[in-house]
Design a protein around this ligand. Structure first.
Ligand code: GLN
Length: 533
């Protein structure tokens, strides 16, 4: 077992270049060579975690098994590597400062002036090294959020500089930049990359590998030029050209030799190139699927597809394994009315109602649920989507016209969805929901049981409200039943309508645990039902 190697991934020139995908791809290639690999994201903002951020600000909040609310890049890490991440895989500036200030109050630095350097940088370094020492990974790939040159990123860049010095040939820095193409002159421009590397050098870091995002092939000449100006080997100038799907990136990075350059840099042998058989098998299936299945995704953040990242990816995984291309139609819940619903959902093979918080868009979600229920269209409701299914059934089938979730109307006469008992005294908003993986027992003969093919499952959660068990018999009598419950508390995890073709609402988030090589059973069954629609 080799000593832990540390790879740092920084970004320059522009944000949103896909550091997460490059990190995940490199990790995949190293994992395919038999190494134990993990990826960590350091986020330079002051929120302790992204749980309190609006999805418009930051995209989806991804939840790990251990209940951490994290950056959506962790979703990519899990989807690529097929191994769970944890709180240790996502650290923000807020958390770093919180730890340091807590230590200061405890007296850990007694007598000393607490400063950004060395105390904040030491705390950053401790969090990076923790994954290697505690969890015994061969590789820890640390992605530094933001762009080099940002004031906020400085302590992280300084921590990387120090670690690189300390770790010597057990550390490598991969810097991701953009090579823009100027249409008017028909030229690819490397100057922004040169400037961004200069910026890194000013901060004391010589990158070992440069990954250049580009829309056009980079010639050998361009690579040589970048190598010359940036003091790297020309083999270490790697092109990352736009591809149709992010899942092609590991294959492209292998062709470019990214893993081999990193292995050489950190003094590990370069054995045979892994075949990536399963991965390429998935890609083949993805590309060869001819028929399409059309899924409507009803939510209130549809202007920003990143808000539903894991759901969208989970749909594509399940579609691929069902030999279908998935066409996802993002439908704004605020635009749905009784009048236009038939038109808005026309031609869809299945409808998914998304998770969410608060009242906005709720009536449109209820309208969508009613329509698919009455028209026998396959339906998957996730978290708030499941709660909407429960409310709609109460209003239109149980005839409880005022039925609602306590979240939407505190004074409702029929709170079919109510605040969980242990949430009643919660005042802090950060990290206080029911979070992470909990057991769920499935009832035999239900669609969910058939989907999983086993009685006991564990799924991830992120909610404060739950199905109100006082109504469970009324629902059962009226044709909607609990198909899964938490064995300890009896909390309803799944509601189904047995008479419907496929109508499943889940309180948990199956999308978080769907991976490229392991599509999620609930999504698989939903797509299957949609195909046979
Ligand atoms: N707002 C709902 C709750 O807190 C649903 C949450 C969700 O969809 N993630 O219970």
């Amino acid at each position: 077992m080799p000593e832990t190697r540390y790879v740092f991934v920084t970004g320059g020139v522009a944000s949103s270049l896909g550091k997460g995908i490059i990190s995940a791809s490199l990790a995949k290639l190293l994992q395919a060579r038999g190494y134990k690999v993990t990826i960590q994201k350091l986020d330079p903002y002051l929120n302790v975690d992204p749980g309190t951020l609006n999805p418009y600000e930051h995209g989806e909040c991804y939840v790990t098994e251990d209940g951490a609310e994290t950056d959506l890049d962790l979703g990519h890490y899990e989807r690529f590597l097929n191994v769970p991440t944890s709180q240790a895989n996502n650290v923000t500036t807020g958390r770093i400062y919180q730890n340091v200030i807590n230590k200061e109050r405890k007296g850990d630095y007694l007598g000393k002036t607490v400063q950004i350097i060395p105390h904040i940088t030491d705390e950053i370094k401790r969090n990076i090294k923790l994954l290697g020492s505690k969890h015994k990974y061969d590789f820890v790939i640390t992605e530094i959020g933001g762009t080099v040159g940002d004031i906020e990123s400085l302590p992280y860049v300084e921590a990387v500089r120090q670690l690189k010095w300390e770790l010597g040939n057990h550390a490598a820095v991969v810097h991701l930049t953009l090579v823009p193409y100027l249409n008017a002159s028909g030229e690819l421009k490397t100057k922004p990359t040169q400037h961004s590397v200069k910026q890194l050098l000013e901060n004391g870091i010589q990158p070992d590998v440069l990954v250049l995002r580009t829309e056009h092939e980079l010639s050998q000449d361009i690579r040589r030029k970048v190598a010359l100006f940036c003091n790297v080997d020309s083999k270490a100038v790697i092109q990352s050209i736009d591809v149709k799907t992010i899942y092609e990136v590991p294959v492209k990075m292998q062709e470019e030799g990214l893993d081999e350059i990193v292995l050489k840099k950190v003094d590990l042998p370069i054995d045979e190139k892994p075949a990536l058989k399963d991965w390429k098998g998935f890609l083949n299936k993805l590309h060869s699927a001819k028929e399409t299945v059309k899924i409507g995704l009803v939510g209130k953040y549809v202007e920003l597809a990143d808000a539903y990242k894991s759901i969208i990816e989970a749909l594509h995984h399940a579609g691929t394994y069902n030999d279908r291309k998935v066409k996802i139609e993002l439908i704004h819940s605020e635009e749905l009315t009784d009048k236009n619903i038939a038109d808005k959902l026309k031609g869809l093979n299945g409808v998914l109602v998304a998770p969410g918080f608060g009242h906005r868009g709720i009536e449109g979600k209820l309208t969508a649920v009613k329509y698919v229920r009455e028209n026998n269209i396959p339906f998957l409701g996730i978290c708030l989507g499941m709660q909407c299914a429960v409310i709609e059934y109460a209003r239109n089938v149980l005839n409880l016209k005022e039925a609602n979730s306590r979240e939407m109307n505190e004074r409702t006469s029929d709170a079919v969805i109510d605040l969980m008992e242990d949430q009643k005294n919660v005042t802090d908003m950060g990290g206080t929901m029911r979070l992470g993986a909990y057991d769920c027992n499935l009832k035999k003969g239900t669609k969910s049981f058939d989907a999983y093919g086993k009685p006991d499952v564990k799924e991830r959660h992120r909610h404060r409200y739950e199905f109100n068990n006082e109504y469970i018999d009324a629902y059962a009598k009226a044709g909607m039943q609990a198909a899964g419950c938490n064995p300890e508390t009896g909390l309803v995890e799944i509601m189904e309508i047995p008479a419907h073709k496929w109508f499943v609402g889940v309180q948990f988030h199956p999308e978080y645990s769907s991976t490229v090589l392991k599509p999620h059973p609930i999504f698989m069954a939903f797509i299957k039902a949609a195909i046979n629609e």
